[in-house]
Design a protein around this ligand. Sequence first.
Ligand SMILES: Cc1cc2nc3c(=O)[nH]c(=O)nc-3n(C[C@H](O)[C@H](O)[C@H](O)COP(=O)(O)OP(=O)(O)OC[C@H]3O[C@@H](n4cnc5c(N)ncnc54)[C@H](O)[C@@H]3O)c2cc1C
Length: 492
Amino acid sequence: MTINDVISSNKINKMQYDVIIIGAGLGGLTAGAKLAKEGKKVLLVEQHSVPGGCATTFKRKDFLFEVGLHEMDGFQKRDVKSKIFRDLDVFNNVDFVKVPEFYRFVYKDYNIVIPHDPEEAKTVLLKHFPEDQKGIEAYFYQILNAKEINKKNEEKEERNLGEFLDSIIKNKDLKLALLGNLGYFHDDPYSLSLSYYSMAQGSYYSGGGYFIKGGSQKLSDYLSRFITENGGQVIFNHLVTNILIEDDKAIGISYKKNNTNNILTAYANNIISNSSIPLTTNTLLPKKQRDILKPFVDKRKIGASLLTIYLGFNKPLKELEYNYYSTFIFDDSINNIADIKNNNQGDFKNRSFTFIDYGQIDSALAPKGKSVGVICCIDYIKDWERLDKKGYVSKKEEVAQIFIDKLELLIPGIKSIIDYYEVGTSKTIKRYTLNPEGAVYGFSQTPLRAKLEPIKSIKNLYFSSAWTKIGGGFSGAIFNGYLCAFDIIRKK
Ligand SMILES: Cc1cc2nc3c(=O)[nH]c(=O)nc-3n(C[C@H](O)[C@H](O)[C@H](O)COP(=O)(O)OP(=O)(O)OC[C@H]3O[C@@H](n4cnc5c(N)ncnc54)[C@H](O)[C@@H]3O)c2cc1C
C-alpha cells in the first residue's frame, strides 16, 4: 500500500482536528496548551514515551537526572514568559527554585562568582578588573538595553559578540570571564549575533536564573496534562512520517506506532511542527514543498550540541565544603576569546566545561543524604556518529574519566562519592529529539541569521520550536510555541 492509498482509504473515516502538533518539546507543548485553552481540538503526536524533548528527566538508581535544564532565565517585570505561565496557570502547578548565583568563572588564578544582579555583577568584576571600568559599563549598558539598542540598529549591519567585546574591553581575561556561560547559546563568540546574545544574556541578568523543582519533566508533564484536560489528545510512542498535502496546503499527517508499520492518518486545518525545521522539510514534506522551503533552510547553519555526564553522589557536595551551583571551568590552554571555538572543537582532554551541582538548591532530584550533578560541554556529532557500538561505548567511558578527573581537581574527594554516572552525547540528543546533529538550540544564532528573512512556510503549516523566530533555550521554545498559537488563533 502506498502512502496515497492509505490517505484515500482513511479519508472516508477522517480523524479531523483543528490543530495537529508534531512533537512534544516545549515549543509544541506550549502551542498545544494555548490552543486547547482557546477551545481548539488539538492532537499532539510524540515519538518518545514522555513529553518534553530536551525538557525531560530520567531515573537511575536513587537519582532523578535532569536531561537539560541548568538555569532558565527569570521572571523580571517585562518577561513575556511570565505572562504565558500566568495564562496557562503554570505558577500554581510547577515550582521554580531560584539559582543562587549566575555563574562562577574558574580560569587560571581567577575564581569569580558572578551574581545575577547587574549592579552586584559590576561590583564583582570591577574588583578583579578595575582598569576596565569603562568596558564593564559599556558591556552592561549593551545587554541591559538590548531591546532599544537592537531596534535603533535594525538597519545597520549585524555585529558579532567577539568583535563587540574587543571594541570595548582591553583585558583579555575580563572578556573570558564575561563569556563564562557562552555555552548557553553557542560555541564561538565571533559567530554569535550580538543582538541575540544581548537579549538572552540580558534576561538572565535582569530576571535571575531558575530551576524547576523535581526537574523540567514537571513543566512538560503539566503542559501535556493541560492539553488533555482542555479536550486535546496527546499520543506518545508514535512517529510522524509525513505531512499530507492537498492543493498545496498542509491537510494532515501520517504517523505510526514505534516498531510497527501500520500507518495511521489524521487531518487538521492547521499543522504545527515542533520537529526541527530541517527534519520537517527534508523528511516530512513531499518534494514540491521541500523545494519551496529548502532555500530558507540552506542559508542557516545548524547550532551546537552538548555532552552531559550525569552524576549521582552518595553525599551532598556541601559536605565536601563545596558551595556553588553553576561553575564554568575554562581550560588553561585558552589565551583569549579567539581560542574558545578551537577549544570547543579540540581534544576532550583540554575542553572547557561546566559543572552544575543541583544539590545546592531544593531541586528534589535525589533523596535526603544524596545529590545529583552534571558535567557539560559543547559537543559535535562528528566525534561520535562514525563509531561502532563498542567504539561508542568505550569513547563515552574515556570521556567520562577525563572529565571526572578534571572535576576531582576542582573538588578534591568528589571521585570517591560518585555512586552512578552516565554519559549523554549529541548522538543521544539526536536519538531522543530527532534534532539534526543533536542540536539543542536550533539554528546557530549568527549575525547573518539575525538579518535573514523569516522562513516562509506553506499554507496551514506552522513551525514552533527552538528552530524558529526567537531561537532556543527554554524561554525561546516557550515564546515560539505561544507566538505560533497566536498565529493560528488570529488566522481568518
Ligand atoms: C544538555 C542540555 C542542556 C540545556 N540547558 C539549558 C539551560 O540551562 N537553559 C535553557 O534555557 N535551555 C537549555 N537547553 C536547551 C533547551 O532545552 C532547548 O532549546 C528547548 O527545550 C528545545 O525545545 P523545542 O521545543 O525546540 O523541542 P525539542 O526539545 O527539540 O523536542 C522536539 C520534540 O519533537 C519530537 N519529534 C521530532 N520529530 C518528530 C516526529 N517526526 N514525530 C513525532 N515526534 C517528533 C521529539 O521526540 C521531541 O520530543 C539545554 C538542552 C540540553 C539538551
